[in-house]
Design a protein around this ligand. Structure first.
Ligand code: HAS
Length: 542
């Protein structure tokens, strides 16, 4: 990656990992409070730390890391960004950073304790909403940089499929732009005017529906960069090949089509939405499971073929020959393994009847700590172990590689404690988004306490995992010996197999995406607006 482009990516990573440090500390406080053995000092509120944790980890760490990673990936595979694209990268970065500071200032002064979902009826200070708007607009400008470089590549290479990693980054950016239109609408037309006092009431169901129109593709915006690493980087790291370039592209296109029209599976328990439309969106949710199953198939195929080429025998012989001493492989691999129970939990959530048991319980928190906080995050950390030294012109030394592997296993142990306990407590009815309470010593709430203590143990181990990562990151950014670290980009097994050009027919894919969204949302939206009550005054949190 060109050193000028490297600087843009590194700037994103600094903000991302400051968010990880602060957000991680809030996570630690969170599990300690919920164990019932610790009280927050200085009158700090539970929802203040919960919001800080969710916004920093779920929105800031992820968006900054993803934009920095994709910017570098496009520069590496489609060629150095032009001056205009690099300017866009910097403008996007600064807009996002200013927005982050505005939102953080409001959360830390307890004027925006509205959780990371921030939908009505909870109301935050208008500066919080404006800050988040800048984060979203900044990410569009950042995304535009990637699209510009992709367009330039296509112009210079007519009739050829674009580099796989660039193609994947562009799909994720396009999906992000389509998804953020929902959150931008609720913020600009509902939440900002309402918090400024320009309107008195707000339609809560409209705001929640627009949020979840965005909220589900948001989780795939987190996932797809991890899939980029699993499909393209991991085969090269282990010395194998990408199972199929075309299958990887098709997977990403399916995500573009099916990520958005599924938001109702977060609202299955909400009144005011016709059950028939909920049912339709549940079916579409099961469609979006398919590309993940294709990914699992493709990864197993890559591992097995590599294993056989090394003489491995039997069903799982390949497992032994994988490069376990290489953090660039081991850390993301732990993430992949976690994604198997994580995905199974997601399928439980998406099943209407079972969601009635788990909705709003801490089971859901367990689900998303396995998905985004393990499968995705460990992959991001595994990527950082080679990308940061690649960008700073340094080397991942043997001792840091060892520490990175330990970091991955520490995370695995901590998350096993925490998320298993969360899933089990959820099945016993333990609520999410709530501070410690015995509910007047009710037996049911007393039964939750051992699980809450297990979560505190797991959460404390995870915090050690974050400290280990930060030590390695600081070393790789500033102190590791100078040298060259590879940016691993895998090759497809069959180089003759050219990806069909129809995959880059954007009119076709964006057209189908629009049709699916209109199909899934138009009628229910008209219903919601027609049957709207007079709206809610909401709850001011400031
Ligand atoms: Fe989810 C709630 C359904 C995936 C994140 N999810 C959430 C929330 C978050 C979240 C943050 O239908 C909470 C939102 C809130 O605050 O309220 N989720 C699903 C489904 C999937 C799914 C069907 N979720 C994710 C991913 C996330 C994420 C990915 C973040 C990155 N989720 C739901 C539902 C709710 C929900 C409901 C609402 C619940 C409620 O009541 O509120 C699917 O996409 C999952 C498909 C995944 C698979 C797994 C494939 C496995 C692979 C690994 C292969 C491993 C290898 C290694 C090769 C089918 C690819 C092998 C090695 C060996 C040794 C074996």
């Amino acid at each position: 990656v060109d050193p000028k482009d490297a600087k843009v990516s590194m700037a994103h990573f600094y903000v991302a990992f400051i968010a990880l440090a602060l957000g991680g500390l809030m996570g630690l406080l969170q599990v300690l409070v919920r164990s019932g053995k610790f009280e927050l000092p200085l009158g700090i509120g539970y929802y203040e730390i919960l919001t800080t944790h969710g916004v920093l980890m779920g929105l800031i760490l992820t968006t900054f890391f993803i934009m920095g990673f994709q910017y570098a990936a496009v520069s590496k595979t489609a060629g150095t960004h032009s001056n205009a694209a690099r300017r866009a990268g910097w403008i996007g970065f600064w807009l996002m950073t200013i927005g982050t500071l505005m939102a953080a200032a409001m959360i830390l002064t307890n004027k925006a304790s509205v959780l990371y979902t921030f939908y009505a009826p909870l109301q935050a200070h208008w500066i919080f909403y404006l800050g988040l708007t800048l984060v979203v607009v900044g990410s569009w400008v950042d995304g535009a940089a990637q699209i510009m470089t992709y367009a330039k590549w296509r112009k210079n290479n007519p009739g050829k499929p674009s580099p796989l990693l660039t193609f994947m980054a562009v799909i994720n950016t396009v999906m992000w732009i389509v998804a953020t239109l929902g959150v931008a609408s609720t913020v600009l037309f509902q939440l900002l005017p309402w918090s400024l006092g320009l309107v008195d009431r707000v339609d809560v169901l409209v705001s929640r529906t627009l949020f979840w129109y965005f909220g589900h593709p948001l989780v795939y915006f987190w996932l797809l960069p991890a899939y980029m690493a699993w499909y393209v980087v991991i085969p090269k790291v282990i010395g194998g090949k990408i199972f199929s370039d075309s299958l990887a592209r098709l997977t990403f296109i399916l995500f573009l089509l099916f990520s958005v029209p599924v938001g109702f599976h977060h609202q299955l328990m909400e009144p005011g939405i016709d059950p028939a439309w909920k049912f339709i969106q549940v079916i579409l949710t099961f469609m979006v499971v398919i590309p993940s199953l294709m990914t699992a198939f493709s990864l197993f195929a890559t591992f097995e073929r590599y294993g056989r080429s090394k003489g491995a025998k039997g069903l799982f012989g390949w497992f032994k020959v994988l490069p376990w001493n290489d953090a660039r492989f081991t850390v993301p691999f732990i993430g992949m393994v976690a994604f198997i129970p994580a995905g199974a939990g997601g399928i439980v959530n998406a099943s209407n009847q079972m969601d009635q048991v788990v909705h709003n319980t801490i089971w859901v928190t367990g689900h998303f700590h396995l998905t985004v906080a393990t499968a995705v995050l460990l992959t991001f950390l595994g990527v950082s172990y080679w990308l940061v030294p690649h960008l700073t012109g340094r080397k991942l030394t043997k001792s840091m590689n060892k520490l990175a592997i330990i970091q991955g296993w520490v995370w695995f142990i901590g998350m096993t404690f925490m998320s298993v306990a969360m899933h089990l407590e959820g099945l016993l009815g333990g609520p999410r988004r709530s501070s410690f309470s015995t509910y007047g010593n009710s037996q049911q709430a007393l039964d939750w306490i051992p699980y809450q203590i297990a979560q505190a143990v797991g959460g404390s181990i995870l915090f050690i995992g974050i400290i280990l990562f930060l030590i390695i990151f600081i070393n790789l950014a500033f102190f590791a010996p100078k040298g060259e670290e590879e940016f691993p980009v895998g090759e497809a097994e069959n180089l003759e197999e050219k990806a069909p050009l129809v995959f880059e027919n954007w009119k076709l894919w964006l057209g189908i995406t629009a049709v699916l969204i209109l199909f899934a949302y138009t009628v229910p939206f008209i219903d919601i607006i027609q049957n709207a009550p007079i709206g809610s005054k909401g709850f001011k949190t400031w």
